[in-house]
Write a protein that binds this ligand. Structure first.
Ligand code: FDP
Length: 343
């Protein structure tokens, strides 16, 4: 069976010993085009992915120069979640809205930073349009200390029959694509369109995301848990029992405090990422529509599991745009170890 890389590179004669490291040079753009053809997707959809990739390049560039351009720190205002807004939260939100807003295939955008979705083109005009939900800058409290932060996105089909609200409030199983960008020691974009998970790294010298791993699989096991253990005393008993068990088994703790960084590590190395209910946040802290759902689609597509406690995150019926859910996701066996203590 020919791979996407074969399709793109078939006509290129490569020297026997490549001068550039890496067997093939496939950009996100060419990968999306090949995927579009392979799965008979529409060009509209590819344009949306290209807007997300363009936004990621803008944000990445801003981030790298943030201290020099004096755009670190908070704005002195709270967002709709009652959280302190960072200057870069606002800049990233604007970049995404402007890039996505110019694509005719985008019907609605919904952001963590805005109370209500922005309805751009509710009519379909005979074209399949999409809803794009995003957290423009996840983990932004890490910004001032040069820690990893990211952008998370989820794409749904715009349902022309119902109200814009119905279009936005679809369960995670209906996502047609999901992904994140991690602005870490390099800028990494991880994407699924429902046919596996693929990883790209931004090459700043050419300004393109290059494919570095196709069909990424999460390890089935991994003796690492990732959660804010400072909240331990206010977790439900099952989570505390899990921690006792894991520590007895010699597990390690790893927590960056930014979901994108923690999920990325879990995806590559295995283990489990958790944000349990706490006394202060009885439904957990993470948002279903633009944090838990897209990450769950990626983790499931990579062969892992993503649960709220008593069911799959992707099957939660959403009630509001900014609703929160408890999150347990990662290697299949490790998620099972947690669930066994919650039952
Ligand atoms: P942040 O508030 O910094 O944006 O989305 C919320 C989030 O970060 C996640 O990225 C992260 O996993 C979590 O909050 C960290 O919360 P705690 O500080 O409560 O551990």
């Amino acid at each position: 069976m020919s791979s996407t890389i074969d399709i793109i590179e078939a006509n290129i004669d490569m020297p026997e010993t490549p001068l550039i490291r890496g067997e093939n040079l496939v950009t996100l753009q060419s990968f999306i085009l090949a995927e579009t053809r392979r799965h008979q997707a529409t060009g509209t959809f590819s344009w949306i992915l290209s807007a997300l990739s363009l936004s990621a390049k803008f944000i990445s560039n801003k981030m790298r120069r943030a201290r020099l351009e004096n755009v670190l720190g908070d704005l002195g205002a709270d967002n709709v979640q009652g959280e302190r807004q960072q200057k870069l939260d606002v800049i990233s939100n604007e970049v995404l809205i402007r890039c996505l807003g110019s694509r005719s295939g985008v019907a609605i955008v919904a952001s963590e930073e805005d109370e209500e979705p922005t309805i751009l083109r509710p009519e379909t005009d005979g074209e399949q349009r999409y809803v794009v939900l995003f957290d423009p800058l996840d983990g932004s409290s890490n910004l001032d200390v040069c820690g990893g932060v990211g952008t998370i996105f989820s794409i749904l089909r715009h349902d022309q029959g119902g109200s814009p609200e119905d279009s936005v409030l679809q369960p995670g199983t209906k996502q047609v694509a999901a992904g994140y960008v991690l602005y870490g020691s390099s800028t990494v974009l991880v994407l699924t369109t429902g046919h596996g998970v693929h990883m790209f790294v931004l090459d700043p010298s050419v300004g393109a995301f290059m494919l570095v791993e196709q069909d990424l699989r999460i390890p089935t096991t991994g003796k690492t848990y990732s959660l804010n253990e400072g909240n331990r005393k206010s977790f439900p008993q099952g989570y505390q029992d899990y921690l006792d068990w894991a520590q007895g088994q010699g597990y390690s703790a790893r927590y960056a405090g930014a979901m994108v960084a923690d999920v990325h590590r879990t995806l590559l190395k295995g283990g489990v990422f958790l944000y349990p209910p706490t006394t202060k946040a009885p439904n957990g802290k993470l948002r279903l529509m633009y944090e838990a759902n897209p990450m769950s689609m990626l983790v499931e597509q990579a062969g892992g599991k993503a649960w709220v406690g008593d069911g799959r995150i992707l099957e939660v019926e959403p009630e509001t745009l900014h609703q929160r859910v408890p999150v347990i996701l990662g290697s299949a066996d490790e998620v099972d170890h947690v669930l066994a203590r919650l039952r």
